[in-house]
Design a binder for this molecule. Structure first.
Ligand code: URA
Length: 210
């Protein structure tokens, strides 16, 4: 069974509908993506381990839970639209570490080429969350996970906003061991590899480049 987690909270679904609307402005789109990312991060991090720490309240001493990992969570943004999700997550977890991966498709060979890869050193005792709003063909997500797996993080998971069934199938064929979190699964891809009904080009809508 594929490890797909649909986060279909009503607030997320409502905000996603607003994002999908063609008339939604760049500013609004950005804010909505940030808000949804924050809500999704809440769910994705539900199983982060806790440990007890002795603290002093104004009233008494107590054993209180704090996040256990000494090494902070790493959020890896796939450029460039991953930035929109990253911004939301950093609002919730300001001390998370950040990595970036840049990939593009060679128009001749159609192969995915990595042009940028920078993540914190030594991921072996860190949990890594990779973010990209759209899983369409799945090519980018699949390619991004290989170098990260080589770094052998303690855990690896992927968060997107929208996914197409074709992309999910591709993702699970190549990386059945990586849990995938999405707010919605849409109908299909068009002939150019865009998600239908989707929301258009997430990068262009986020940065106002079209
Ligand atoms: N990337 C996008 O931004 N939108 C799509 O529909 C597919 C890939």
């Amino acid at each position: 069974m594929p490890d797909l987690h649909l986060i279909d909270h009503p607030l997320i679904q409502h905000k996603l509908t607003l994002m999908r609307r063609a008339e939604t402005s760049t500013a609004k789109f950005r804010t909505l993506l940030k808000e949804i990312s924050l809500l999704m991060a809440y769910e994705v991090t539900r199983d982060l381990p806790l440990k007890l720490e002795t603290i002093q309240t104004p009233m008494a001493t107590m054993e209180a839970p704090v996040l256990a990992p000494e090494k902070k969570l790493v959020v890896v943004s796939i450029m460039r639209a991953g930035q929109g999700i990253l911004d939301g997550i950093l609002e919730l977890m300001p001390s998370a570490r950040v990595g970036h991966i840049g990939l593009y498709r060679d128009p001749q060979t159609l192969r995915v080429i990595e042009y940028f890869f920078k993540v914190p050193e030594d991921l072996s005792d860190r949990d890594v969350l990779v973010v990209d709003p759209m899983i369409a063909t799945g090519n980018t997500a699949v390619a991004a996970l290989y170098p990260l797996k080589q770094a052998q993080p303690r855990s690896l998971r992927f968060l997107c906003l929208l996914a197409a069934p074709e992309g999910i199938a591709h993702f699970h064929r190549e990386h059945p061991d990586v849990p995938l979190y999405a707010a919605a699964v849409d109908e299909k891809l068009d002939e150019r590899g865009y998600i239908l009904p989707g929301l258009g080009d997430a990068g262009d809508r986020l940065f106002g480049t079209k």
